[in-house]
Ligand binder design. Structure first.
Ligand code: MN
Length: 142
C-alpha cells in the first residue's frame, strides 16, 4: 500500500513505525532471545523479500542461529555487537551487516543503549538452526 509512515517512539519508549503492529520476535520458548520486538514493514505478494525492523532493548539479544538463507542488516539506531561467524564486531547506526549462508550470527544491544535494525530477508526461507550446547560454548569462547 502506498503511503508514508513515521518512525517514532512508542509510549513504552522503544522506536518503530506508527501504524505497524509490534510483534513478538518469535514464539516464546522456541529459542533463546531477550527483549526484542519485530515489525514487518514490507511484505507484498509480488516480492520475494520481506523488510523487517527489530528493536532490541538495552542488554537484549537475538537468537544465536544459522541458516541457508542470507540476510542484509542495516543498523538504524543505537549501538551493540554482532557475532558473525567466528568473530564479534561492534556495530552502530548505519553499519551494514551481511550474513552468508550457514554463518552463525547474533545481535546484542549494549547495556545502556537499544539497537534497532532493518533486516531484508527472503520470503521463502529455511528454518534457523540452533547451536548445540557444545557449539554455543565454542562460539562464545571464539
Ligand atoms: Mn537469522
Amino acid at each position: 500500500m502506498s503511503g508514508v509512515r513515521r518512525f517514532a517512539p512508542s509510549a513504552a519508549g522503544d522506536f518503530g513505525w506508527d501504524g505497524v503492529e509490534r510483534l513478538r520476535y518469535k514464539d516464546e520458548g522456541l529459542a533463546p532471545f531477550r527483549d526484542i520486538t519485530r515489525q514487518v514493514l514490507f511484505a507484498q505478494p509480488d516480492q520475494d523479500c520481506e523488510l523487517r525492523y527489530f528493536e532490541i532493548a538495552p542488554g537484549g539479544y537475538s537468537t544465536l542461529e544459522r541458516h541457508e538463507h542470507t540476510h542484509a542488516v542495516l543498523i538504524l539506531r543505537g549501538r551493540g555487537t554482532v557475532h558473525l561467524g567466528a568473530r564479534e564486531e561492534p556495530v552502530a547506526e548505519h553499519d551494514l551487516v551481511t550474513v552468508d549462508p550457514l554463518t552463525w550470527h547474533q545481535f546484542r544491544a549494549d547495556a545502556g543503549c537499544a539497537l534497532g535494525l532493518l533486516c531484508l530477508v527472503s520470503k521463502t526461507r529455511d528454518r534457523p538452526q540452533l547451536p548445540t550446547e557444545e557449539e554455543a560454548e565454542r562460539l562464545r569462547r571464539g
